[in-house]
Design a protein around this ligand. Structure first.
Ligand code: ADP
Length: 942
């Protein structure tokens, strides 16, 4: 048991002692000599336990005592501090991982001081404290190792930093101390001025909503470089709801941002290059430059290439006026940095020192203003050209980095691709243009069709041939232009075959022009496919072979005709022999009978009548044959004469009746109707041939009519006389109405029975009508009857001559000097034959013929001619324009002398026009000498 020194001042029985014993704290008291005067129970227990074996009686002196007990030892070591004057001490100590706190305080009176000590076991709290400390250390080291900068700042305008991890130095270039508590500068000062406001707004908004926020912005670091920051943070709010601070982390994302920009630029340039580009266009390179400038300094950018042929550096684009200016000085392009890059095909990033070094080595020559940095990237082009993209830096603050070099290489690669692509596209376009031109200008029609046979492209020749314009045909099916019947079905079949076969070789088809005209074309073409055999388009060409086809057709027809003619001739000969033999047989037979001297008179007369009739038939046939032969030889000339129409019509009627009788058509009513005015006409016509035509009509009408009537109608219509022969006979089918005018043609052999005929009548009639400047028209309906009409132009000589009589007389009187006893007829513009014909006509008369010019054309000869004719015969062939000139000229020269036109092959409308001109009269050629003489005499005698 440990003994304590007993003092007066101390009463162990006091209630305080009891309390002290209850405490879990060791409490002891000692006096100024170091003797322990009190120990409470807990302390005793603690020490007893530890001082086992020590004498319980020995007083404990804390100064002299030599303790085995570790706690007492520790306490004793601190006691001198108290005794030497410190009024109180507090010391922590550790024994075997247990921590204790000793607190000693002096108390008592000055004369008799004593000291109270307390030993508290603080092991638990000490361990907690240590753990806390370690955790803090760990946290700091964690923060220091973070990829960014951890921070805690005030929620104020300056973003006053309360804590910053060490990464601050790397990120900003400033030490934490520089920024913490705004010592040198605030974090706000670091933020790039343009970004400050919106950083402020964004953070405030997030804080208000108690949200964690992420934000990207720029700062300017200590070296003045702009850096991109990523900040993620959250505000912390105290119990009162006030914002205490913002805590978070800031990362340097400059590299990521740079990579993003490069990537974006490369992407956009690639996209831009895919579009229509024109490298002569500044705009393309300007855009490229702007995109490059988004991630690096590219203020002075140029695109150059080396023109080996001219040994020149050429500038494709440049925003670098300094370089453009300097290039003018370049006398040796091979000594430029650009050439070095181009030649070595290697990118170069050089600073001014390195440039000088190269110059000193003699590799290059420096032209013009020296830059701080020079960056060149080679550009390799497919077309063999080589170039470079050059960026120069003339300011020391801006720095081009090796990263910039790599990025620019990516961009230049894109530009090269674009240029190469453009070259390829150009080459393709040129080729296409070449072929297009070739096809478009082909002298044949060319077209391309899509898979369904619709037209895509046609050339000029195509449009010319079919008469369409481009917009009318594109998109239409080629089949729409086929002329065949059922064209759609036909074309579909054709197209199916074509697609299967892949080509078409010289197929003859018919196409229809816009105006409906049909052309024969030969079609050739092939199908264009891709490598997999899929249809791309069809190329078809065609040539118009209509002329050839027509020629072939004509030849075929000619051949057929020749064969037909041959047949016809044989048929004709057979027919003729029949036609001639039957009357001949009858003549021979009856004349033989007539030889009988005992023949009865009555019979004899009948036989003689029959011989006569058959003889007439024979004559008719022979006449026809002679006529057609003459016509074929061009020897049948009309004999014009003055005809008394009254007489003519009377004779015609008689002949009709004779025909009726001859053909034994008593049942048919024959009549002639004639307009009364016709009888008064005084007509120059070949009455024999006129009658022949009409009798042929009547003859046919009678032959093919069994009952009903045959009626001749004669009337005048304007300047024409119409002779129509109507019948109520068998009629003529429409398709035969033209055919019967051909020689030897008859509608049908069965009609032969209706009446004998040679098949020559209508052919002769038409020919004669044409010679009379007239025509024949047919109207007919099978079973009902036919109308054959002969239309012949008519002119009343009397009427015309009356008009002129007066004028002519006056002219003659006033121009007596020129009037000679032998009338003179001037002939002008007449062909030899006509002159001979006129000469012949006037041979026996007292008339002189004077050619007005040696060669019919030179008018000046007329002026030279001293003889003035009494009348001029002016030739007119096919109504050429010169005729009007001649008329005017003659009328001007000879004034009142009559001019008579001799019209050869002049069409009706032209004739009408001429008649209205200054001429005095006209004669249709060919004409009869009589008619010509009558006309001429009218003026000469008048
Ligand atoms: P031909 O009468 O001598 O046979 P044409 O040349 O006069 O020769 O007539 C040719 C053919 O035209 C006749 O054979 C006949 O078939 C047909 N034809 C002519 N006139 C008539 C008519 N009025 N009615 C019916 N058929 C006619």
């Amino acid at each position: 048991m440990l003994e304590t020194k007993t003092t007066n001042s101390y009463n162990p029985e006091s209630s305080a002692e009891l309390i002290l014993n209850d405490l879990n704290i060791g409490v002891f008291q000692f006096d100024s000599s170091g003797d322990i005067v009190f120990l409470n129970e807990p302390f005793k227990k603690q020490i007893n336990h530890n001082i086992q074996g020590e004498s319980s009686e020995a007083p404990v002196n804390l100064i002299s005592g030599d303790f085995n007990h570790a706690i007492l030892q520790k306490i004793a070591s601190y006691i001198p501090d108290v005794l030497e004057g410190e009024s109180q001490i507090s010391r922590d100590f550790c024994i075997n991982d247990n921590y204790y706190r000793l607190e000693v305080r002096a108390s008592g009176t000055t004369g008799q001081p004593y000291y109270t000590g307390m030993v508290t076991d603080i092991t638990d709290s000490k361990h907690t404290q240590l753990k806390l400390h370690n955790r803090q250390r760990e946290l700091i080291s964690l923060m220091d190792n973070l990829p960014g900068m951890a921070f805690r700042c005030k929620y104020d305008e300056q973003w006053t930093m309360m804590f910053l991890s060490r990464a601050c130095q790397d990120l900003t270039g400033y030490s934490t101390d520089d920024i913490l508590w705004n010592q040198k500068l605030s974090y706000k000062d670091l933020i790039f001025p343009d970004d400050r406001e919106w950083v402020n707004n964004t953070v405030k908004k997030a804080v208000r909503q108690h949200n964690r926020y992420q934000i990207e912005y720029r700062i300017v670091d200590k070296q003045g470089r702009i850096k991109w920051m990523y900040e993620q943070a959250k505000a912390y709010v105290n119990k009162e709801g006030e914002i205490e601070f913002i805590e978070g982390i800031i990362l340097d994302i400059t590299s990521r941002k740079y990579a993003e920009k490069v990537q974006r630029a490369v992407g956009l340039i690639a996209e831009m290059s895919m579009q229509e580009i024109n490298f002569d266009n500044e705009k393309y390179f300007q855009n490229v430059q702007n995109l490059i400038a988004s991630f690096m300094n590219a203020e002075y950018l140029s695109v150059v290439y080396y023109d080996a042929y001219n040994d020149q550096l050429k500038v494709l684009y440049s925003s670098d006026n300094i370089m453009l200016h300097d290039l003018k000085e370049v006398d040796d392009p091979k000594k430029t940095l650009s050439y070095k890059v181009i030649k070595e095909s290697k990118s170069l990033l050089l600073n001014s020192e390195e440039i000088k070094g190269l110059e000193n080595q003699g590799d290059i020559k420096i032209y013009g203003k020296e830059g701080e940095q020079w960056l060149g990237i080679p550009m390799r082009l497919n077309n063999g050209n080589k170039g470079a993209v050059v960026v120069q830096n003339y300011e020391s603050e801006v720095n081009l980095t090796s990263e910039d070099l790599k990025s620019l290489e990516l961009i230049v690669h894109q530009i090269s691709l674009a240029i190469n692509r453009k070259d390829a596209v150009d080459a393709l376009a040129n080729r296409e243009k070449y072929y297009r031109n070739l096809y478009m200008n082909l002298p044949v029609s060319y077209q391309t069709l899509d898979e369904s046979g619709k037209i895509q492209v046609v050339n000029e020749r195509w449009l010319d041939l079919l008469g369409y314009s481009n917009h009318e045909v594109t998109g239409k099916s080629f089949g729409d232009f086929w002329a065949a019947e059922g064209q759609t079905v036909l074309f579909r079949a054709f197209w199916k075959n074509f697609i299967n076969a892949g080509y078409i070789d010289r197929q003859l088809i018919k196409i229809q022009k816009r105006n409906g005209e049909v052309r024969d074309v030969i079609l050739t073409g092939h199908k264009e496919t891709d490598q997999l055999g899929s249809f791309i388009r069809a190329h078809l060409v065609f040539v118009d072979v209509t002329v050839v086809v027509q020629a072939e057709e004509k030849m075929r027809q000619a051949k057929e005709k020749a064969e037909e003619n041959d047949k016809l001739k044989s048929a004709f000969l057979a027919n003729m022999s029949h036609e001639i033999r039957s009357p001949m047989n009858a003549i021979l037979g009856f004349s033989d009978l007539l030889r009988n001297p005992y023949l009865e008179q009555e019979k004899r007369e009948v036989y003689i009548g029959l011989v006569h009739e058959r003889g007439e038939d024979l004559m008719r046939i022979i006449d026809d044959i002679i006529d057609i032969s003459k016509l074929e030889a061009g020897m049948l000339k009309l004999q014009y004469e003055q005809v008394d129409m009254k007489k003519f019509v009377g004779n015609l009627e008689m002949s009709c009746r004779q025909e009726q009788k001859r053909l034994k058509k008593d049942d048919v009513n024959v009549a002639v109707e004639c307009e009364p005015e016709i009888y008064d006409l005084n007509w120059f016509i070949d009455s024999v041939r006129l009658r022949q035509i009409l009798i042929n009509f009547v003859n046919n009408a009678l032959k093919f009519t069994t009952d009903g009537y045959v009626k001749i109608n004669i009337k005048r219509k304007g300047s024409e006389i119409l002779f129509s022969v109507h019948d109520t006979g068998i009629g003529i089918p429409k398709d035969k109405q033209e055919y019967i005018f051909e020689r030897f043609r008859q509608v049908d052999l069965e009609y032969k029975t209706a009446g004998a005929g040679t098949g020559l009548g209508l052919s002769i009639s038409r020919n004669l009508a044409e010679q009379m400047n007239g025509e024949i028209q047919v109207e007919s309906e099978p079973g009902k009857g036919s109308v054959f009409t002969l239309i012949v132009p008519f002119r009343n000589i009397e009427a015309k001559s009356e008009e002129k009589k007066q004028e002519s007389a006056e002219a003659k009187n006033s121009d007596k000097a020129h009037k000679s006893s032998n009338p003179q007829i001037g002939v002008f513009n007449l062909v030899k034959d006509d002159v001979a014909f006129i000469q012949d006509a006037f041979q026996e008369l007292n008339v002189q013929l004077i050619p007005l010019s040696s060669n019919n054309y030179q008018r000046e000869n007329i002026e030279d001619n001293s003889v003035i004719p009494d009348l001029v015969l002016l030739g007119c062939y096919s109504g050429d324009d010169k005729t009007y000139d001649h008329i005017q000229f003659l009328k001007k020269t000879y004034q009142k002398i009559p001019v008579v036109l001799l019209l050869n092959r002049v069409c009706k409308s032209e004739k009408d026009k001429l008649k209205k001109s200054e001429i005095d009269d006209y004669v249709d050629m060919p004409t009869s000498q009589e008619l010509l003489k009558t006309v001429v005499e009218k003026y000469l005698n008048g």
